[in-house]
Design a protein around this ligand. Structure first.
Ligand SMILES: *Cc1c(COP(=O)(O)O)cnc(C)c1O
Length: 422
């Protein structure tokens, strides 16, 4: 049998990949819990939960059972003019754990569409009220996705050259620190006088693609409170931070000022199928609620609120609230802290940070985002049966909640041995 990686080369084009320089793709044949198996049956602990999706572990039996049952009853139906139990039930259950001001749920297919819709909601919110506000505010080094609107508001734009001329209008502010917060607020106050800013999109507390860069909750809270005074809609992109990863259900739960709009995906469906959600407050919804049809939000995707995806999300939300998963989260938080105490003074470690089950360490070496040393680290992890994806000189862990202590120890010891090769 020809290897998957060889067959792959003939017709497949992979994401975020320069195929001329990239080594061949690794064939993955199955996954269970926190473990991926390649086509030779070699095991890898999924230290990043397959981009923070499979937080309850791969192929979770409870989720599979629920989705299977749903599949036998209703597979797909148009969500314009129709509704169904999985979507209704999911809305009822999610509203219970979302920040208390969130009232309405708008479905889409992935993280980028969830932020794209958040941006459109913010722009149309003002438009519907006869106000011309066409600038968006975003954090430097943010990441919100790869479609045009979400790409425009993302600050990590090294590969965006061909598209920049077509971006929507965005201005960036630095993430808050204790040192810069006064200046950030002063500048913002001045800037708000022009009354042209429609919304502010931000990854609350942790910027995932910026290598798990973390910022100050108090500073963020002050920025949000100031923007709210001027009716700038605040859009929390919790595609990465949502669903327990920060130690609370949502990163916004750590911050006093709640967002007007929230974007969810990734762990929303526990990694089983894609889905995105944009949620908002009653105030936002009311700006679209009118006898005038054109004031509605005319955005839709064919697979909007797919019943199977809703069933997966519903079982994930149930699991998240179980004592078992909540205990797992607390355990991982503690193990990370113990590991951190051991590693943070290592000469090769420049800095470490943690929020909930998200742990990151910066190496004390200069590195390119996708350079040689990064590949060397990646290969070291994979040879040792650990799947981690270093970003620049940052190694981060965001393993499934169900990762055992033994598996987590293996991740830690492999990181420790990696320090010897840098
Ligand atoms: C992954 C991610 C996105 C994009 O989601 P996709 O499903 O990959 O389109 C947007 N925002 C954040 C914070 C993310 O981590």
């Amino acid at each position: 049998m020809e290897k998957l990686s060889d067959r792959d080369k003939k017709h497949l084009w992979h994401p975020l990949t320069q195929h001329k320089t990239h080594p061949e793709m690794l064939g993955i044949s199955k996954a269970k819990g926190a473990v991926l198996f390649d086509e030779n049956d070699k095991e890898y602990i999924d230290g990043i939960a397959s981009w923070y999706t499979c937080m309850y572990g791969h192929c979770h039996p409870y989720i599979l059972e629920k989705v299977r049952a749903q599949m036998l009853r209703l597979d797909q139906v148009v969500f314009s003019g129709f509704t169904h139990e999985p979507a209704v039930k999911l809305s009822e259950e999610l509203i219970k754990i979302l920040p208390e001001n969130q009232e309405k749920l708008f479905f889409s297919d992935n993280g980028s569409t969830s932020t794209e819709i958040g941006i459109k909601m913010a722009l149309q919110y003002h438009f519907n009220q006869g106000e011309k506000r066409n600038v968006l505010l975003a954090f430097e080094e943010g990441f919100h996705g790869d479609t045009f609107g979400s790409m425009s508001v993302s600050g990590l734009s090294v590969y965006n050259g061909p598209f920049e001329d077509f971006f929507i209008s965005v201005e960036r502010i630095p993430v808050p620190t204790e040192k810069n917060i006064r200046e950030v607020l002063t500048n913002l106050k001045e800037r708000l006088k022009q009354e042209d800013i429609a919304g502010f999109i931000y990854e609350p507390l942790v910027q995932g693609a910026a290598a798990m860069k973390m910022h100050d909750a108090n500073g963020l809270n002050q920025i949000l409170a100031l923007l709210k005074e001027d009716d700038v809609l605040t859009i929390a992109d919790e595609v990465m931070t949502g669903f327990g990863k920060t130690g609370k259900y949502f990163a916004s739960d750590h911050i006093q000022t709640k967002p007007d709009i929230m974007c969810l995906s990734k762990a929303l469906t526990a990694g089983l199928v894609p889905m995105g959600l944009t949620t908002c407050t009653e105030k936002v919804y009311q700006a679209f609620y009118s006898d005038d049809i054109s004031k509605g939000l005319f955005h839709g995707h064919t697979y909007t609120a797919n019943p199977l995806a809703c069933a997966a999300a519903l079982s994930a939300v149930e699991l998240l609230q179980t004592e078992g998963i909540q205990d797992n989260i607390q355990n991982i938080i503690k193990w990370h802290q113990e590991f951190d105490a051991k590693i943070k003074n290592h000469t090769k470690v420049a800095a470490t940070r943690q929020l909930g089950v998200i742990y990151a360490l910066d190496l004390n070496v200069k590195m390119e985002r996708y350079g040689n040393l990064r590949d060397k680290l990646f290969n070291h992890f994979m040879e040792n049966g650990v799947f981690l994806r270093p970003l620049g000189n940052t190694i981060y862990i965001l393993a499934p909640f169900v990762t055992s202590q033994e598996q987590m120890e293996k991740i830690y010891s492999t990181i420790q041995s990696a320090l010897d090769i840098v």
